[in-house]
Design a protein around this ligand. Structure first.
Ligand code: MD3
Ligand code: FE
Length: 200
């Protein structure tokens, strides 16, 4: 494993070996069964290309009323617990006693992308965010703490884990595109990103 630091983002390349990646997909299967992926709508009524769901006490949702954390899936049931295998990654890389309240599961199918944004729906930005990449390669773009300016891009591959803390926590970022079919981890292709956050 190698670690690269770009604008305060620590990216652990190859943190998860193939066996660990496969295990994560296995533990995600019951999560996706009880909390199916849905396509969020922005407040302006546009559908996002990324499909999402969550585990934990808090899940991120977006609809015509805006975006926010909710204690339940849009279909009504509470979110499933964050699998222990995923919490282990958080413990290992952050060393924190406090565990994340939320594990956002983003699924990128062919052509999906995520525009540049800041993550600021959480109460305390002093906690880091941990992100796990699984499946197809993704071109990740990192900007600045204000919108605009020069950006840097890096490919995230299956098994990479990124930790965003300190000033990087409020950096603008997005996913320009994925290389659909570049990984064989997911039978139907695509990319899953797990994002662990302390929300309250
Ligand atoms: C930098 N997800 O869900 S992960 C998101 O690959 C999100 O699905 C992207 O941005 C994805 O909000 C990028 C890397 C990431 C995640 C959270 C961050 C970068 C971050 C929070 C603060 C700063
Ligand atoms: Fe984000």
């Amino acid at each position: 494993m190698t670690r690269v630091t770009i604008r305060g983002f620590d990216i652990y390349k190859g943190y998860l070996d193939t066996g660990a990646q496969t295990r994560l997909i296995e533990v995600l299967r019951p999560v996706l069964k009880s909390a199916p992926l849905f396509r969020p709508t922005t407040a302006r009524g546009k559908e996002m290309s990324v499909r999402m769901t969550s585990a934990g006490t808090h899940g991120w949702v977006s609809d015509r009323r805006g975006y926010r954390y909710e204690p339940a899936h849009p279909a009504g049931a509470g979110w499933p617990a964050i699998p222990e295998e995923i919490l282990g990654i958080w413990r290992d890389l952050t060393g924190l006693e406090r565990l994340p309240d939320s594990c956002l599961v983003n699924y990128y199918g062919e052509g999906a992308r995520m525009g540049m944004h800041q993550d600021r729906d959480e109460a305390d930005f002093s906690y880091p965010v941990v992100s796990v990449s699984l499946g197809d390669d993704a071109l990740f773009r990192i900007g600045n703490t204000t919108r605009g300016g020069k950006t840097e891009s890096v490919w995230l591959n299956s098994g990479d884990v990124a930790v965003m803390g300190g000033p990087a926590r409020l950096t603008y970022h997005g996913i320009d595109r994925i290389r659909f079919g570049s990984s064989r981890l997911l039978p139907k292709g695509g990319r899953i990103n797990l994002t662990l956050r302390v929300v309250t």
